[in-house]
Ligand binder design. Structure first.
Ligand SMILES: NC(=O)c1ccc[n+]([C@@H]2O[C@H](COP(=O)([O-])OP(=O)(O)OC[C@H]3O[C@@H](n4cnc5c(N)ncnc54)[C@H](O)[C@@H]3O)[C@@H](O)[C@H]2O)c1
Length: 332
């Protein structure tokens, strides 16, 4: 069955891939994104250009905090399902600019929920994050763990989203499905994240800072697998009114090992500098995905070697874009 989707954050990494998958299947998609400069807007525009090749795609460059505009898009477009992926990501940047996290992750989220309420949206799927597990020591992380120790403001806003969603489900009966993504990577990825940064620095022969002396582990999850999980969360009929799922690879990788895989793929050596841990950074992320397997049929298929190969291939095909992105830099 085909639906009308409203997706927020379609110029972003994950929103772009989700929108493309839905458009390829012949669905109608309205994308909303404010193209903010946290990282190079030129990359966000390039993603929207790809989506604009589909006749069933419409997009609005608009801020979700502008409630009147948001209201007018819901009124005109009348979406059936909303997938809310727009947010201010990044742990480190939340130390520098906490206010933007309150705006883009809390105010914008309440606006989307208010619209979901007003326009009787069947289901709201939204992005949470592995960062909500914070100082939890028992791994792999599972959804039933008590989590009250977020160690960055980014993580606090993501955990708050889950609590706010619960309230809207409880009072208004809106079905809300929260997805805790674990370090997503792949083509069209984010230039503030390790895999892009390492790859770019190896190519440019620049020093690569490796935090926590290379002892961090991340459950790197390939974007196509994440998209499959999101599509299941959008479409699986038998979900409860309030759900939270881990979407990870269940295979944590050491950050230095990732660097070596990139070096092998690029056939170049990186220049590294080992540094202490950064405030807000978790040492390990590791997802228990039993619940997502059972209820969403979520079985990640892409191992890290295949995933890095696909990313590097894409990167090498987009060196001009990567160069522009590098020149502009990231706020995070
Ligand atoms: N990429 C990951 O590894 C990862 C991990 C955990 C959680 N997440 C979450 O998944 C979602 C998507 O992440 P991503 O990696 O695609 O990030 P991204 O930054 O590439 O995409 C987010 C998009 O949202 C837009 N945006 C932000 N605030 C907005 C606002 N107020 N109004 C309109 N647009 C706004 C940005 O311009 C951006 O294009 C986010 O909620 C993020 O917190 C991502």
């Amino acid at each position: 069955m085909r639906y009308r989707y409203l997706i927020t954050g379609t110029a972003g990494f994950i929103g772009f891939h989700v929108a493309q998958a839905l458009l390829k299947d012949g669905n109608e998609v309205l994308g909303i994104d404010n193209l903010n400069p946290y990282y190079a807007p030129v990359l966000k525009q390039a993603r929207h250009q790809v989506l604009s090749q589909y006749p069933n795609f419409q997009c609005k460059t608009s801020d979700l905090c502008d409630l009147d505009s948001l209201n007018s898009y819901f009124q005109t477009y009348q979406p059936t399902i909303v997938c809310h992926l727009a947010a201010q990501p990044g742990v480190r940047y939340s130390l520098k600019n906490p206010w933007i996290y309150v705006k883009n992750n809390l105010e914008a989220f309440v606006n989307v929920l208010e619209m979901a309420k007003q326009y009787h949206i069947q289901r709201l799927v939204y992005a949470s994050s592995s960062s909500v597990y914070g100082n939890v020591t028992e791994i792999p992380y599972h959804e039933d763990q008590r989590i009250e120790t977020p160690i960055s403001l980014y993580a606090s806003t993501k955990r708050s989203n889950e609590l706010i969603a619960y309230t809207y489900t409880h009072i208004y009966g809106i079905q809300t499905i929260g997805l805790r993504f674990f370090t997503v990577y792949g083509p069209w990825g984010r230039p503030d994240m390790a895999i892009w940064k390492f790859c770019d620095a190896i190519v440019k022969q620049q020093i690569i800072p490796i935090y926590n002396y290379g002892k961090n582990f991340r459950d790197f999850t390939y974007v196509t697998d994440i998209v499959q999980g999101i599509l299941s969360a959008l479409h699986t009929p038998e979900l409860a009114n309030y759900e939270i799922f881990n979407l990870g690879n269940h295979q944590p990788e050491n950050t230095l090992a990732i660097l070596h895989l990139l070096e092998a793929e690029l056939q170049m050596q990186g220049k590294i500098q080992l540094l202490p841990a950064q405030p807000g950074d978790m040492e390990t992320t590791f997802a228990n995905i039993d619940k997502a397997k059972a209820k969403l049929g979520f079985y990640p298929k892409t191992n890290i070697v295949q995933g890095i190969h696909s990313f590097v291939t894409w990167f090498q095909e987009h060196l001009t874009l990567a160069e522009e992105v590098r020149k502009i830099g990231c706020l995070g």
